[in-house]
Ligand binder design. Structure first.
Ligand code: ADP
Ligand code: MG
Length: 400
């Protein structure tokens, strides 16, 4: 639909303009936040709202940002839109180093590249709906007067409120106001739409219609969307969920490895997890040693082996990103049943939960316990088969 009025622009918005896979600053992702820290100065002292955020979003992703109130969602969004600046760290969007722009550059850049939607719509009350939609085009000088009217009308048709075009915002419903705000966000055809709890002030039926509209923008209009939401159903329907907990991103791999965990438990587990770097070929757990941690792979891969009497290792299986290991020893309270080692040529990154944290996690979540138990059983069975086939001694007995 937008193709109708694709226009020559003097300052083309951020598209996927990568050469050799990278944008100007060497970033390979459309949105690339590096070690972003935000400290607010308050009367009571400094408050760190973001603690070193690293976040990459690719073109065409629909990302939900979730997390409890005060976790830093709006602060994070404001770093991406350039509404506020990081205390330290970098924000790259396409070819633009957003954190380096001055106020004037920032306003122009934002006007062309970011469609921003707020919880309380923030339409100008004295302008009609169509005038509100035309405002960003006026500001960025994007189209001539006649084109602006046509385009605004098309956008209002797209969001299904063309018949309200000449009314004031107060004369239409909340859902219609949010539709108008979305049309306004689309005015300059920005590649990225950022929405901070856009359905937070709407009833559930209207919310789901607005959500559908965002979903269509990703699917049909090739937009990249970041949306803060409190709605778990919405968060489940997007392509990716970023969980914020106390200014940090709850490890997404934790969510992938343990999809049955509710959000608060994921955030909790993330807070407690320790990052472990593993060199190529390095042993992470050794058969027969005592069982301490539960591990999730966040980068690279690991290989599982059984010890053979003559000393060589028998390969059992390969595990990759988003998979976990170490559960058998912890669940059965026994020594390690197998050896796990990083790939010989590739380093791996893991997150580790201590035995105590792992036990608390599965004690509080029956579904988590059941799912991990099921994985353990399958693995135990395949290890037992391998032991039988190759005539290996049984796994070591219980932990002493
Ligand atoms: P969320 O959107 O997840 O509810 P925010 O990003 O708005 O969270 O806020 C994160 C934390 O930073 C909160 O504790 C909030 O009180 C604090 N905060 C936000 N904005 C400011 C500000 N301008 N000055 C001081 N503290 C702030
Ligand atoms: Mg907020």
């Amino acid at each position: 639909m937008f193709g109708l009025w694709q226009k020559e622009q003097t300052n083309e918005p951020t598209r996927d303009t990568r050469t050799n896979g990278v944008f100007t600053h060497g970033n390979a992702h459309l949105i690339d936040l590096k070690d972003v820290v935000k400290v607010y100065k308050t009367a009571a002292g400094d408050f760190t709202a973001l603690r070193g955020i690293n976040l990459q979003v690719d073109s065409g992703e629909f990302v939900a940002v979730i997390g409890k109130s005060g976790s830093g969602k709006s602060t994070l969004i404001n770093m991406i839109t350039g509404i506020d600046r990081p205390t330290s760290g970098q924000v790259f969007i396409g070819d633009t180093a957003v954190h380096t722009l001055n106020e004037g550059q920032m306003a122009q850049w934002r006007g062309r590249n970011m469609g921003i939607v707020f919880q309380f719509f923030q339409l100008l009350p004295t302008l009609t709906v169509i005038e509100n939609v035309m405002l960003p085009m006026d500001f960025c000088n994007m189209f001539n007067r006649k084109e602006r009217i046509e385009r605004a009308m098309h956008l209002l048709e797209l969001v299904d409120i063309a018949e309200q075009a000449h009314k004031l915002p107060t004369a239409i419903s909340g859902g219609q106001q949010q539709r108008a705000a979305i049309a306004r966000a689309l005015a300059n055809d920005p590649p990225i739409i950022v929405a901070d709890e856009p359905t937070g002030n709407l009833d559930s039926r209207t919310s789901s219609q607005i959500f559908q509209l965002f979903d269509d923008l990703v699917a049909k209009e090739n937009k990249t969307i970041l949306m803060v939401t409190h709605d778990d159903d919405q968060a489940r329907r997007v392509s990716r969920t970023v969980i914020l907990a106390d200014g940090e991103i709850a490890n997404e791999y934790m969510a992938r490895a343990l999809p049955f965990l509710p959000q608060n438990k994921l955030a909790e587990a993330t807070r407690r997890a320790r990052h472990v770097h593993v060199n190529p070929g390095q042993v992470v757990v050794e058969e027969g040693s005592s069982s301490d941690n539960f591990y999730i792979i966040t980068s690279g891969e690991v290989h599982v082996y059984l010890k053979q009497p003559e000393g060589s290792d028998l390969f059992v299986e390969k595990l990759g990103v988003g998979q976990y290991f170490g559960e058998i020893g912890l669940l059965r309270n026994q020594r390690r049943s197998a050896t796990v080692r990083a790939d010989r040529y590739m380093e791996a990154e893991l997150v580790a939960l201590s035995r105590k944290d792992f036990e608390e996690l599965i004690a509080s979540e029956a579904s988590a316990r059941a799912a991990i138990e099921e994985t353990a059983e399958v693995r135990e069975e395949s290890q037992a088969k391998a032991r039988e086939k190759y005539n290996l001694p049984g796994a070591d007995g219980s932990e002493d």
